[in-house]
Design a protein around this ligand. Structure first.
Ligand SMILES: [Ca+2]
Ligand SMILES: [Ca+2]
Ligand SMILES: [Ca+2]
Length: 506
């Protein structure tokens, strides 16, 4: 097991969840909860709730939030939370394996009102003896702003076999005037006889350039084949080989464009190695021959023989189940500048948070990785950002069957300059110092407290007090060498506030 604790400023693995302050900490869902990040106060409020099976939210040039749920497209008014359904997809196929439904607006939406959606539908039976009948398609609609509906469907691509719907991907994005669509591995690798029916010797679908599964494909905006796709050969029909942009993927649900038009992805690993990284033309992302980085004995041969393999930037162990993501460039919230925010789904291990991955200036590396809202809102499916830098995220608890009343909801994180209290922020910022960082064998947490005499309590994730430390100097050194992996909280009371800090020990 890796032994690693990080609080902030780290370059790998987990760091402390962004700081929560005061008794507002657990009051999520209430309007105006105030949260201190490293040094910026933000407000967290509910925009809309009672939303079932959401999948994607994007910010539209019409200043509304465009949202998909299984078979539906809606526009959400970010001020009032009013939800207006604008499309019921007539041939949407619900399946146990998938409720995905992607959405992207044309770059010239203001002129042509084109809206692309991707979803699963039911067609001719294939893959005997399992007799699957699910396919994925992309359809372009036109938004009628007078009647506030989507109309005039035009098929961009269809016939993408996704078997029973498990691991179908379904994330679509428009970048550089092309449509990119992720298609998952159909769970073939783990269950070759259960999901797709694969004969021994058929090989791994994600490594096979003649099938769509385990790929990211690229199309022109009119649905035609881009002639500069890496494996495209004339005639330019919509075959897998002509459309594949990258391969060796498992189940990619996150795509976002960053600075300099870099395309980033996030995808689910099996029991380990969820990934986030950069998508490049013609690269092999390894699955199932390589999981995460080339660091295990079973991967050595593939790492040596595959010449176009591409490592991720981040590999999550244990898994978080990364979902959709957003890139933030300039931001009034300094902690989010030049960062990718990823919603994570799994309630096991370390999921159920927003991962804040801060990029290097060039965007080629992740230089800091933090966790926001750990286990406060359950599964987090997607995010979007408005032109003022406000961040919206949507939960996904009804999808997991564990939703409660009011789920799912769209929440808003907003910067409020009135709430920046410089002196408190400085105190809080310097009250916890970790040394050395990254930690070596001698793991110690150094606390500089805003009082000279008092107590600090260490809690575990279930709220039990593990240890109470007292100080008479305002400084405290906690020996963390025996800490097992998990979540811990450091808690103390000052004259004016209760301060709770989160530690994640990997
Ligand atoms: Ca989004
Ligand atoms: Ca990979
Ligand atoms: Ca590996």
């Amino acid at each position: 097991m890796k032994t690693h604790i990080q609080v902030s400023g780290s370059t790998s693995y987990f760091s402390v969840g962004l700081v929560f302050i005061s008794t507002m900490m657990l009051s999520y869902g209430k309007v105006g909860a105030q949260i201190l990040l490293d040094s910026t106060y933000v407000n967290v409020s509910t925009v809309a709730q009672n939303i079932y099976y959401p999948w994607e939210i994007i910010w539209g040039p019409d200043n509304s939030i465009w949202m998909t749920q299984q078979g539906k497209v809606s526009r959400v008014n970010p001020q009032t939370g009013a939800i207006k359904k604008i499309l019921d997809v007539p041939d949407y196929a619900f399946s146990e394996g998938s409720r995905q439904m992607g959405l992207a607006l044309h770059p010239d939406f203001n002129t042509n009102k084109y809206v692309f959606i991707d979803y699963n539908y039911s067609g001719t039976i294939y893959n005997a003896p399992k007799n699957h009948r699910l396919y994925m398609k992309i359809v372009r609609y036109t938004y009628n702003s007078t009647s506030d509906v989507l109309e005039n469907p035009t098929v961009i691509i269809d016939g993408i076999k996704i078997f029973d719907g498990y691991h179908d991907g379904g994330k679509m994005i428009i970048s550089d005037d092309h449509i990119f669509l992720t298609i998952g591995d159909a769970k073939q690798v783990e269950f070759p006889n259960l999901h797709p029916y694969v004969m021994p010797g058929d090989g791994y679908l994600p490594q096979n350039l003649d099938v769509f599964n385990g790929k990211i494909v690229r199309l022109n905006l009119d649905g035609s084949v881009p002639h500069d796709n890496p494996f495209a050969t004339s005639p330019f029909e919509k075959t897998p080989r002509n459309l594949i942009w990258s391969y060796g993927h498992r189940n990619t649900q996150g795509l976002v464009v960053g600075n300099g038009n870099k395309l980033y992805y996030a995808e689910h690993g099996r029991d380990n190695d969820d990934e986030m990284g950069i998508i490049q033309k013609g690269k092999n992302y390894g699955w199932p021959l390589i999981e995460g980085f080339c660091d295990e004995a079973f991967e050595t041969v593939s790492c040596d023989t595959i010449t176009n393999d591409k490592d991720p930037l981040v590999s999550w162990n244990p898994n978080v189940a990364p979902s959709n993501m957003e890139y933030i460039g300039e931001s009034p919230i300094g902690e989010f500048q030049n960062s990718i925010l990823v919603g994570t789904l799994t309630g096991d291990n370390f999921g159920n948070h927003i991962a804040v991955l801060t990029l290097s200036e060039t965007g080629d590396y992740v230089v800091n990785k933090r966790i926001l809202f750990f286990r406060e809102y359950g599964r987090i499916r997607d995010l979007c950002i408005d032109p003022l830098g406000n961040i919206y995220f949507i939960t996904s608890n009804t999808t997991s069957g564990s939703g409660s009343q009011g789920d799912d909801r769209i929440m808003k994180i907003s910067f409020n300059s009135k709430n920046v209290i410089t002196d408190v922020a400085e105190t809080i910022q310097s009250d916890i110092v970790l040394y050395p960082n990254p930690l070596g064998k001698e793991r110690k947490i150094y606390l500089n407290l805003p009082f000279s005499k008092g107590e600090v309590q260490l809690y575990n994730a279930t709220g039990e007090v593990i240890e109470t430390y007292s100080t008479e100097t305002g400084r405290l050194v906690i020996d963390a060498s025996s800490f097992k992996s998990g979540v811990f909280f450091i808690r103390y009371q000052t004259a004016t506030q209760l301060v709770i800090r989160k530690l994640i020990v990997d």
